[in-house]
Design a protein around this ligand. Structure first.
Ligand SMILES: [Zn+2]
Length: 385
């Protein structure tokens, strides 16, 4: 085949075809009915890779999450047996960056529920929902739906996981967006699709959609292989345990990951007094996330100011600047499906309209739920002018 000069993707796809060649033996869509019957009688395992199309910087294709998920499932299926479905690429929690496509959580839920139910009815005993897309609200829905299958089908073990969770005990960087981690994965699976030269020749440069140090100077195929291989071995272990009848638990690995990435307290860094159009007084508390990863706040357990618990019912959380994650979230609406990201090394503003504080110094004690699985605090003093 010759290359069309006008092709929008003027890349050499030889690595893509090399990796995809290995899909032949494990693809659900290539299986004929007798292949499928054989799989169902010998190793009734099925993988559903889930990804999305989302901007990942100038050096990576939009389909990073689905490309990684699909390739990773096939590599794992080569170890465990079973078949891999075509990737499901419609996702929630897609970052508000150019060219991404997002669907709402309910639509995601209905689609995933329908697919999983048919797989369970179709005779698969182990169902692995593997996401290359790490948004926690999206993953929460996937986990709820695999839990539902476990409740409804006694014989079936359904399990949801994501690549960074499977590496929660691997030393080194295991989670980012478009930076060292995702670029390294792509260099391992599809090196021809990575264009490091599209990134600036400066280690300090930042790029839209790249959340981490410039991958031109940090990513490597070696690191991509190390992560992919460790994750594959762990997933194969999980699958074998499920085949032996172990109870499926899609929350255990999440907890390990959130403890590793998102624990560590927030800091109280200030308080300001403002007035709205009607002259009503508002207090804005400034919290700072000093850690290199965003924290996904899914609830506020309590806030005490000068040892008195305060009413949060009219409160809002806001990010001080535009960017990743949701903004302007009502505290009473927080939950695992509607959390708030406090961005790494940035401030979160907590706005309260039914609180008045005298000028001077105040003490605060706050407790936040993170991703529904761990909690962090903020403790100290702040001054209101
Ligand atoms: Zn990604």
């Amino acid at each position: 085949m010759t290359t069309d000069q006008d092709s929008p993707n003027d890349l050499d796809f030889s690595s893509l075809s090399l990796e995809k060649k290995s899909y032949v033996h494990t693809s659900y869509e290539f299986a004929k009915p007798d292949n499928l019957e054989k799989v169902l009688s010998e190793s009734p395992i099925v993988f559903l890779p889930v990804g999305c199309v989302e901007y990942h910087g100038p050096h990576l294709p939009l389909g990073v999450d689905m490309l990684i998920a699909e390739a990773f499932c096939h590599r794992t299926a080569h170890v465990t047996g079973g078949l891999v479905l075509p990737p499901f690429w419609l996702a929630s929690g897609v970052l508000p960056l150019p060219h991404g496509i997002v669907i709402d959580l309910e639509l995601l839920r209905q689609n995933i529920r329908s697919i999983l139910t048919q797989l369970a009815k179709g005779g698969f005993k182990t169902i692995v929902l593997f996401s290359g897309h790490g948004a926690l609200d999206h993953l929460y829905v996937l986990r709820e739906e695999t839990d539902r299958i476990n409740q409804n089908f006694e014989e079936v073990r359904a399990f949801t996981t994501v690549w960074n969770e499977l590496n929660f005990d691997l030393d080194g960087d295991i989670h980012d967006h478009g930076a060292k981690v995702e670029t390294s994965y792509m260099m391992e699976f599809f090196p021809d699709l990575v264009d490091l030269m599209a990134l600036e020749d400066d280690p300090e440069a930042s790029h839209t959609g790249v959340y981490g140090p410039n991958p031109r100077f940090t990513a490597s195929r070696e690191w991509g292989f190390a992560m992919a291989d460790n994750a594959k071995n762990r997933l194969a272990e999980e699958v074998r345990a499920l085949q032996r009848g172990a109870k499926a638990d899609s929350w255990r690995l999440l907890k390990g990951l959130v403890e590793r990435l998102q624990s560590g307290d927030l800091e109280i860094v200030g308080g300001t007094r403002t007035h709205n159009k009607d002259g009503e007084e508002r207090i804005i508390l400034h919290f700072y996330n000093p850690h290199p990863q965003s924290k996904y706040i899914t609830g506020i357990k309590k806030i005490q100011i000068d040892h008195e618990e305060i009413d949060l019912s009219s409160g809002f959380l806001k990010n001080a600047s535009m960017g990743e994650g949701h903004t302007d979230t009502e505290i009473k609406k927080l939950g695992p499906l509607s959390g708030f990201y406090v961005r790494r090394e940035q401030e979160m503003l907590l706005e309260l309209s039914n609180l008045s504080l005298r000028s001077g110094s105040h003490s605060i004690h706050a407790e936040f739920d993170i991703a529904g699985v761990v909690s962090v605090q903020a403790e100290g003093n702040f001054v209101i002018e």
